[in-house]
Design a protein around this ligand. Structure first.
Ligand code: NAP
Ligand code: ZN
Ligand code: ZN
Length: 348
């Protein structure tokens, strides 16, 4: 077994504290990664607080992991010691079902093995995430970080980046398409950058105008505050695609009315409470309401390569791990510009 140091919550809503634990002895197909940085996703907060139910403790969160390969099993074909790599939201899946065989492991019919707050394929060993100094992962679930991308600013691409890239590609954001991103946080700011690079017209719908200058620099063509009721008149029927990253309860029906004929609203934010959908706005203009979950390994690699080509990285604030609870509070106050990334050197 490999001894690892990390930070864990030992029960729901508990502050994170140092935690020593074991990871499996590397198997023939495994790589061991020395973690250098890990992004903080709002999902970490939902799960530490057990807002979705079923959280398992102690929990070492973190699924925006980047680092350097320090050991490889004897059958590892694609990685060698010293390679710069990443790990996102899952570390295994059944590898046999239809979604897995199409490279859509996130929709595995037997359930993907989440990077933390899950269990390995043996059905019993708990998984632990990236707020730690080492991780052992099957090479098929590891991503290559392109040479021109700095590791710290790339960490958030492993969840925030792919979560927006996947629906933007699936619903064909590109030249001539009007795309809105609701919420300019970790996910939202990646969405603006990627949609802009894909050639779409991008609008940010934020709850205030505080982030307007930043949004424009990221590539937003338009920026509106949703606190202004007039925008819901002005923008009625305007967008082809709306992606909502909002992490709390909100009235999505108001936003459905902003879709054009055949437009689609995709929900990626996952608030604690379910929401009611008004069918009239869907029926009246053949609109669709959809959801989307991260992205598969192939598509995540495609996204990293796309970001490399277009010089896209995340806007980050680096923190030592001792400040993680403070960062959680700031994220909950929408006071993040635009992703916190933990420097794992602070663990030593
Ligand atoms: P985040 O950085 O906290 O961003 C969320 C943004 O939502 C905030 O920056 C804020 O943007 C807006 N917001 C927050 N509270 C609001 C309120 N009361 N009213 C209106 N807007 C509000 O979070 P994140 O890491 O991007 O994650 C967002 C959500 O996506 C979370 O629920 C997370 O669990 C989920 N998620 C889903 C997937 C998936 O695969 N589907 C993957 C990762 C995360 P403004 O200040 O601009 O309004
Ligand atoms: Zn995430
Ligand atoms: Zn599967």
């Amino acid at each position: 077994m490999i001894q690892v140091i990390g930070y864990a919550a030992d029960q729901a809503k508990a502050p994170l504290a140092p935690h020593v634990f074991q990871r499996r002895e590397p198997r023939d197909c495994d790589v061991v990664i020395d973690i250098q940085y890990c992004g903080i996703c709002h999902t970490d907060i939902h799960q530490v607080n057990d807002e979705w139910g079923g959280s398992v403790f102690p929990m070492v969160p973190g699924h925006e992991i980047v680092g350097v390969v320090s050991q490889v099993g004897k059958q590892v074909a694609h990685y060698k010691i010293g390679d710069r790599v990443g790990v996102g939201c899952f570390v295994d899946s059944c590898r046999k079902c239809t979604p897995c065989s199409k490279g859509l492991e996130q929709y595995c019919l037997e359930g993907m093995t989440t990077t933390y707050n899950g269990v390995e394929r043996d059905g019993k060993t708990p998984t632990q995430g990236g707020y730690s100094n080492k991780i052992v992962v099957d090479e098929n679930y590891v991503l290559k970080i392109p040479d021109n991308l700095p590791l710290d600013k790339t960490a958030p691409l492993l969840c925030a980046g792919i979560t927006l890239y996947s629906p933007l590609k699936h619903w064909q954001a590109g030249p001539g398409k009007k795309v809105a991103i609701i919420g300019l946080g970790g996910l939202g700011h990646m969405g603006v950058k990627i949609a802009h690079a894909l050639g779409a017209e991008v609008t940010v719908l934020s709850h205030s105008l505080k982030k307007l200058e930043d949004g424009k620099k990221m590539g937003a063509d338009k920026f509106y505050a949703t606190s202004d009721p007039e925008i819901f008149e002005k923008l009625q029927g305007y967008f082809d695609l709306i992606i909502s990253t909002v992490s709390t309860d909100f009235d999505l029906n108001k936003f459905l009315n902003l879709l054009t004929l055949d437009g689609t609203m995709v929900q990626v934010g996952l608030p604690e409470k379910e929401t009611q959908v008004g069918f009239v706005s869907l029926i009246s203009t053949r609109r669709s309401l959809a959801g989307s979950l991260i992205g598969g390994i192939l598509e995540t690699q495609e996204m990293l390569n796309f970001c490399s080509k277009n010089n896209i990285v995340s806007d980050i604030e680096i923190i030592p791990i001792q400040k993680v609870d403070e960062a959680y509070k700031r994220i909950l106050n929408s006071d993040v510009r635009y992703r916190f990334v933990i420097d794992m050197k602070s663990l030593k």
